[in-house]
Design a protein around this ligand. Structure first.
Ligand SMILES: [Zn+2]
Ligand SMILES: [Zn+2]
Ligand SMILES: [Zn+2]
Length: 209
C-alpha cells in the first residue's frame, strides 16, 4: 500500500470510484464541521489536565468540560509507595550513595512518587547540586512559571534620552531620538507592572549591539 494512489485509509479504489468517494467524504465532513480541523476532542482518551495543553492555554475544570474536554480526577502517577523519606537523605550531593537510585522518593510539593536515575545522580554530582525534592512534573511547572506569560501588552519605550525613565539605567550610546524621550510603542510579554526596564528595538540595539 506504500506510495500507492487512489487510497482511502488502507483500501485502494479505481480512480472514478475514488473521486466519487472523496466528494462524498469531504461533503459529509463539511456538513459536520470537521473538514480542515484537528481531530475532534471527543476522540481524545486523555483529560485536558493530563496533557500539555494547560501549559499554553490554562483552563479551569468547568471551562474544559464546557469545551467538550475530559478531565482526569487524579492525574497519573504513583502515590504513597515511597521507600525513603527526605530526612534520611543527605543534603550534600557528595554524601548521597549510589543506592539512592533503587529508592522511591516522594515529591515535597504534590506527594507524587518519583525516582532518580544513575545518569541524573552523576550529573548532580558533576555540577554539585543537591537532589531535587520536587517530582519531574512539578519541576516542569516551575520552569514554565519562570517564563513570561503568553500574552502581549502594548507599551511605550522607557528610554528618556540619556537614561531610562526611572533613572536606574544610564545609556552608554547616542540614540536616534537624541536627548528627548523615545516615542516608540510596541507589544511586549513584559507586563506594565513589572520592574524591568523595557526599551524598543532601536534603543535596545543602540545600547547592546
Ligand atoms: Zn510533584
Ligand atoms: Zn526607544
Ligand atoms: Zn533611546
Amino acid at each position: 500500500m506504500r506510495k500507492s494512489s487512489y487510497c482511502v485509509l488502507n483500501k485502494q479504489y479505481k480512480p472514478e470510484e475514488y473521486n466519487q468517494l472523496l466528494e462524498k467524504i469531504i461533503g459529509h465532513m463539511k456538513s459536520t464541521g470537521e473538514w480542515g480541523e484537528f481531530f475532534p476532542v471527543k476522540l481524545s482518551p486523555f483529560g485536558y489536565n493530563e496533557s500539555t495543553a494547560p501549559d499554553y492555554f490554562p483552563l479551569t475544570k468547568e471551562e474544559a468540560v464546557k469545551g467538550g474536554f475530559r478531565w482526569a480526577g487524579r492525574t497519573s502517577g504513583l502515590f504513597g509507595k515511597e521507600t525513603i523519606t527526605w530526612d534520611r537523605i543527605p543534603q550534600q550531593i557528595d554524601k548521597v550513595d549510589d543506592s539512592i537510585v533503587k529508592e522511591i522518593l516522594i515529591c515535597e510539593k504534590c506527594k507524587k512518587n518519583f525516582r532518580i536515575l544513575l545518569q541524573e545522580l552523576n550529573f548532580y554530582r558533576k555540577i554539585r547540586i543537591p537532589l531535587p525534592r520536587h517530582c519531574p512534573d512539578c519541576r516542569h511547572g516551575e520552569r514554565l512559571a519562570k517564563r513570561n506569560p503568553r500574552k502581549l501588552w502594548p507599551r511605550k519605550c522607557q528610554c528618556a534620552g540619556e537614561k531610562s525613565e526611572n533613572s536606574v539605567y544610564q545609556n552608554t550610546a547616542k540614540h536616534s531620538h537624541g536627548n528627548n524621550s523615545c516615542t516608540n510603542e510596541f507589544e511586549t510579554s513584559y507586563s506594565p507592572d513589572r520592574k524591568e526596564i523595557v526599551y524598543c528595538e532601536s534603543c535596545y540595539n543602540s545600547e547592546i549591539v
